[in-house]
Design a protein around this ligand. Structure first.
Ligand SMILES: Cc1ncc(COP(=O)(O)O)c(C=O)c1O
Length: 402
């Protein structure tokens, strides 16, 4: 019999009652170190007092209005985000996929408004993940996610990640934009070389294309800069943001330059909920913390300390861990054993982390973890690896005896 919740997820059989910082607690008091953080969402951990205060204060005043009226919190958030980024304007959404939908529509509309409506095609990259709507599964190009859902939405040309010649070869008279995650998250924690991003920027400029960045997972401090593209020293024309910007409240945004947004006039796009007062109050509270002087430097220092311990872990357990990769606190362990084995062993040790493609275990802690959490993560990972090694040894002994 089907479950009352559509069974599209293989859920872990754990029910959490509350969270505090990087820790989650079950009803019977078991605690887990949370390096999933809602899949790179809870940048300030669980129940951050400043976010709780902002949400509860707003909840007592006004929840929802619709975009038929001015929303002060949204105007404030947009002003702060335009001041802190390349963007001149933005559209607020409730999720990453919706931010991408807006980005894709905006790119098409830009060329249409420029008198070249045929330039509706977008170059995307293998291993990409942009969401689960019809347009974003077509953009992501993952056969597993497209299977059975009818004809894929046309307009996407996929090339290998990091392959500049393939990008050049894919540019045709109907190409309008290039869409890339500066660091692929679901795709296996794969960083686009910063030089490659610069080359894409130059190609876009040379061919009149729009550069769209998907910073849904790698943005909002996760790589140790406000946005990952800052490492490359470039700016996009359009950027999709979500996850961290809401700190756990569903918020997304499609940021753009004035030029890229020129076709998006009144009536061209909309959302009932996007940018509602509750969402805006929390996102503003997230910015209060992450834009504080020194926050990103602290993320980088934390990342360096964690990476050092992970390198030690890899040396201690070469039969389990093949590689440590990633940027800032968007880290991955490529495993020798199936990544799901390590995730299960970590859970037994009281630590949670999600998988990614390329046999990777992602480590996505809150950006606010300290030495206590780093030490706990090391101890739990070390014990999880030892558990797997014991199983490997037992299996080998069995094999020799047989
Ligand atoms: C890079 C990237 N883009 C887009 C999305 C889609 O975001 P959402 O699940 O909020 O629609 C995700 C979600 O994991 C993501 O990692």
């Amino acid at each position: 019999m089907i479950t009352p919740i559509l069974p599209t997820y293989n859920r872990v059989d754990l029910v959490f009652e509350r969270g505090e910082g990087a820790w989650l607690f079950t009803k019977d008091g078991e605690r887990y170190l949370d390096f999933t953080a809602g899949i790179a969402v809870n940048v300030l951990g669980h129940a951050h007092p400043h976010l709780v205060a902002a949400l509860t204060a707003q909840a007592g005043k006004l929840w929802h209005l619709s975009n038929l009226f001015r929303i002060e919190g949204g105007e404030r958030l947009a002003a702060r985000l335009t001041a802190a980024t390349f963007a001149d304007t933005m559209f607020f959404t409730n999720s990453g996929a919706e931010a991408l939908e807006c980005a894709i529509k905006m790119a098409r509309k830009y060329h249409s408004a420029s008198g070249q409506p045929e330039r509706a095609r977008i170059i995307t990259f293998e291993g990409a993940f942009h969401g689960r709507t019809l347009a974003t599964i077509a953009a992501g190009g993952n056969a597993k996610y497209l299977e059975g859902f009818g004809p894929a939405m046309p307009g996407f040309d996929q090339v290998p990640f990091g392959d500049l010649d393939a990008v050049k070869a894919a540019i045709g008279p109907e190409t309008g934009a290039i869409l890339i995650e500066p660091v692929q998250g679901e795709g296996g924690v794969r960083t686009a070389p910063w030089a490659f991003l610069r080359e894409l920027r130059a190609l876009c400029d040379a061919h009149g294309l729009l550069l769209i960045l998907d910073e849904v997972q790698c943005g909002v401090g996760r790589t140790g800069k406000f946005f990952a593209h800052e490492w490359a020293g470039i700016t996009p024309d359009i950027m999709a943001v979500a996850k961290g910007i809401g700190g756990g409240f569903p918020v997304g945004a499609c940021l753009a330059t004035e030029n890229a947004a020129k076709g998006m006039t009144a009536g061209t796009h909309g959302s009932t909920y996007g940018g509602n007062p509750l969402a805006m109050s929390v996102a503003n509270a997230v910015l209060d913390v992450v834009l504080e002087e020194g926050f990103f430097e602290e993320v980088l220092a934390t990342s360096a300390r964690l990476r050092q311990r992970l390198a030690e872990l890899k040396d201690r357990h070469p039969a389990v861990i093949a590689e440590v990769r990633g940027e800032g606190l968007l880290l991955g362990l490529r495993t020798v054993v199936p990544n799901t084995d390590l995730i299960a062993a970590m859970r037994t040790e009281g630590m949670l982390a999600p998988s990614a493609a390329d046999n990777v275990v992602r480590l996505l802690p809150p950006l606010t973890i300290g030495d206590a959490e780093i030490d706990a993560a090391f101890a739990k990972l070390d014990a999880a690896c030892a558990r797997i090694e014991a199983t490997l040894k037992a299996d080998a002994a069995k094999g020799a005896a047989a």
